[in-house]
Ligand binder design. Sequence first.
Ligand SMILES: Cc1ncc(COP(=O)(O)O)c(C=O)c1O
Length: 448
Amino acid sequence: MQDFSQRGPRQIELMAQAHRHMPQGVAENYRYWGDERTVFIESSKACWLTDCDGRRYVDFRLGYGPIILGYRDERVDAAVVEQITQRGTLSGFATSLDAEVVQQVKAMCPNIEKMRFANSGTEAVMGAVRTARGYTKRDRVVIVEGGFHGLYDEMMWKSDIEHWDPTGSLPPSVIPFGGGIPGQARDLVELIILNDRPMLDALFRQRGEQIACVVLEPIIGNAGSISATAAWLQRLRDLCTEYGVMLVIDEVKTGFRVAKGGAQQLYGIHADLTTYAKAMGNGYPVAAFGGRAEVMDVVGSYKGGVVHGGTYTGNLVALSAAHATLKILEQTDALATIDRVGAQIRDLLGRVFSAAGIEYAFAGPPAMFGIHFTPTVPSNYRDWRVTNSDLYRAFAWKLIDHGVMLEPDSREPWFICEAHQALDLGWLEEVATLAMKAACEEARRTVR
Ligand SMILES: Cc1ncc(COP(=O)(O)O)c(C=O)c1O
């Protein structure tokens, strides 16, 4: 029996060492879970992580979504190794693989006519927004409360939901994600509420002609997969068309995961521009933005063309990984397997919550579902605020203590990969039952 409840000796050592070399002792902010809890990983395989003290976890966090097949998938790794040992990583010149990967994307995503590459979701969003501005010759951008679009200044504004009083009449205030975001960036950004039709209509009536683009995740991968209704998304599509606004669908989390054609396939609605990253490369850093040819053709190195580029853009580590991953996703039933396993996991968790007498609702598709302790599925970020996210957090920590890795925040969905099909679901149900029991006991003690 592994003991997950105590800090391991190596974790203590690595954390102390890391503090001497990196702010907060981590390579990026989101990995810091406190000195006691920050996880140091030694290795990964299939759906498993092994930490620096040799403890094994089944992983539903999957690096915030990129792992779609499984860690160290031999089919993808072999293609990358062949590329880097036989042909090279980058030269700063074009290769035949560039258009080949775009054709693979086009075969699955009819919303893409032309595409360009990027190295991260953040960069893909920057490229899409700049292209939308270049095409429309407008500056304003609209985002949706609860969404996340990377670490780009104008996308770094959010509703301060934690300090908002849901029983009052005031909306949450809009704040930057943190320090270093210039106040001027706020002037170009509007926030709207998902599924709020009157707010959407009013915004377009008042400002429609100044808006370059609306950027959204129809299935909010950063708000527990709370999803747009088909009717609301269609209304948004229609208004964008009427006012000449670019609809940018951010499929960084949903792309090549919720369906071969991403969220747009599920809704049957096409964006003008789309961003991809994460699942596109099964963990290798590849991203892209693309869309209608007429819109994408404003990108170019001619006078007035939209600037896009970068030393590592379309590097061959990324493209060979994307090529191999997309081939598997297109030609095998990996995504159908993920859907089946995700639905089974949702069902077993539902049994655990019902047995514990907890009201719950799942949001989003089986490949990335959110769990909300509330009687009805939240329809926007403000609804999320009144879910019992404290109980979820306690449940998540208890799961981690039983060797199930996930983000201890109900805004992060459970990610499923193909390798989860080999998981013993009976064991998962057992540990989820124990974790729920412990979380409920803890909640009762806190109330007393
Ligand atoms: C929807 C969405 N867009 C953009 C990003 C930014 O991607 P990256 O972290 O690769 O920069 C993320 C990251 O989680 C995301 O979830």
